[in-house]
Design a protein around this ligand. Structure first.
Ligand code: AMP
Length: 120
């Protein structure tokens, strides 16, 4: 199962099981992706060790972004399946730094996956 991530080798962070890269089309400056080395499409098919290894890197990534960009908050998210918006069929966790004023009304955050339901 080759995909776009297989062509990338300039990892920002890495452990035995997973790695992190900067997103090529970032939602905000510092947008990172955390990817298992094993080719798995769906987050729910990851082993416990893969999940732990990925989230260890998410913690390291957050530290790195705090130091480099001092964001005001974060969104962490995974798209699971085409219907949810997944476009690269190799599971990845998005870490999106948020900056005050990056959108006029952030209320609802990840609820914005369905824009009409973002506010409640
Ligand atoms: P998703 O829609 O959850 O599958 O997210 C795929 C992500 O991969 C998007 O945020 C894209 O901007 C990002 N992306 C696509 N191609 C590349 C690439 N060559 N290098 C890094 N990130 C990429």
């Amino acid at each position: 199962m080759n995909n776009i991530f297989c062509e990338i080798n300039d990892y920002i962070l890495e452990n035995e099981v997973a790695y992190a890269i900067f997103d090529k089309f970032p939602v905000n400056e510092g947008h990172m992706l955390f990817i298992p080395k094993r080719h798995v499409k769906d987050f729910f098919d990851l082993t416990r060790n893969e999940r732990e290894s990925i989230f260890e890197l998410v913690d390291e990534g957050k530290k790195l972004l705090d130091e480099k960009y001092s964001p005001d908050g974060y969104n962490v998210g995974v798209n699971c399946g085409e219907v949810s918006g997944q476009t690269v069929m190799h599971v990845h966790v998005h870490l999106i730094p948020r900056y005050t004023g990056d959108t006029s009304c952030p209320k609802g955050g990840v609820r914005g996956v369905i824009p009409d339901k973002m506010k409640y």
